[in-house]
Design a protein around this ligand. Structure first.
Ligand code: ADP
Ligand code: MG
Length: 238
């Protein structure tokens, strides 16, 4: 598990300020959801935590250590994108275990981890298939499996379910909640789906125009929205 601290994080692309002085503390093992309208900076903020986008100002710390200049590959995080980004020429087993092969791990250990992940995500029967032989939901399970297998302390999800139909989205939502209960990892999850946010989050971070409007538990935000924007976003009766 990992704690994450952002201090006065700002990010500009040219003259365009995408993130404006973001302060945020995420605790060990928390499930935090970023929500907000399209273009408000959710993905950029997640990428800043991952180390995929450098900040313009401010600092990022993981487990109390500043990692602002530490590259993504050294931060102990795993990223699950909306587009599954699986390798089309590799079967499911290799798509999941590929990254471990470069990590000086024995074949035995790789096999053991693969089996465990396949079991957790119920994809053991799909290991020989290529991505194009999978449904959307199965592909997303494989993408999550690939993140899981490296046993990260911090998972970052960027709208992982938004390409799936409603039934599958609900099923995968339960799977992700179960996953969070089973593995001891902190999770940061971006979505524009209120139901996902309200049901998955320990705390929700509401973003608007690159600023944090409010942070709180789903209950706190729903019952006591700080302003009209938050109320409107969560459908609070106000
Ligand atoms: P969200 O995920 O909330 O929809 P993003 O973080 O993807 O928002 O983007 C926030 C804003 O920053 C958008 O206006 C987007 O066009 C802009 N943006 C994101 N990445 C880049 C980039 N690499 N170069 C220029 N502008 C960018
Ligand atoms: Mg986005």
């Amino acid at each position: 598990m990992a704690s994450v601290t952002l201090k006065e994080v700002s990010k500009s692309f040219g003259a365009f300020d995408v993130l404006r002085s973001i302060d945020l503390d995420i605790e060990d093992g928390e499930f935090v959801v970023f929500v907000g309208p399209s273009g408000c900076g959710k993905s950029t903020l997640l990428r800043v935590v991952a180390g995929l986008v450098p900040v313009s100002q401010g600092t990022v710390s993981i487990d109390g250590e500043e990692v602002t200049d530490v590259p993504a590959s050294k931060r102990g995080v795993a990223f699950v994108f909306q587009s599954y980004a699986l390798y089309p020429h590799m079967n499911v087993a290799r798509n999941i275990s590929f990254a471990l092969e470069t990590a000086r791990m024995t074949k035995l250990e790789i096999g053991r981890r693969l089996a465990k992940v396949a079991d957790m995500l119920k994809i053991g029967h799909l290991l020989d298939r290529k991505p194009k032989q999978l449904s959307g939901g199965q592909r997303q399970r494989v993408a999550i499996g690939r993140a899981l297998v490296s046993q990260p302390k911090l998972f970052l999800f960027d709208e992982p379910l938004s390409n799936l139909d409603a039934d599958l989205r609900m099923e995968m939502r339960f799977e992700i909640a179960k996953l969070h209960a089973e593995v001891s990892a902190t999770m940061i999850y971006v979505t524009h789906d209120q139901t996902e946010a309200m049901t998955l989050a320990d705390r929700i971070v509401i973003l608007n125009h690159g600023r944090i409007e409010q942070v709180g538990t789903p209950r706190q935000l729903y019952d006591h929205p700080a302003n009209k924007f938050v109320a409107g976003f969560l459908g609070s009766p106000r």
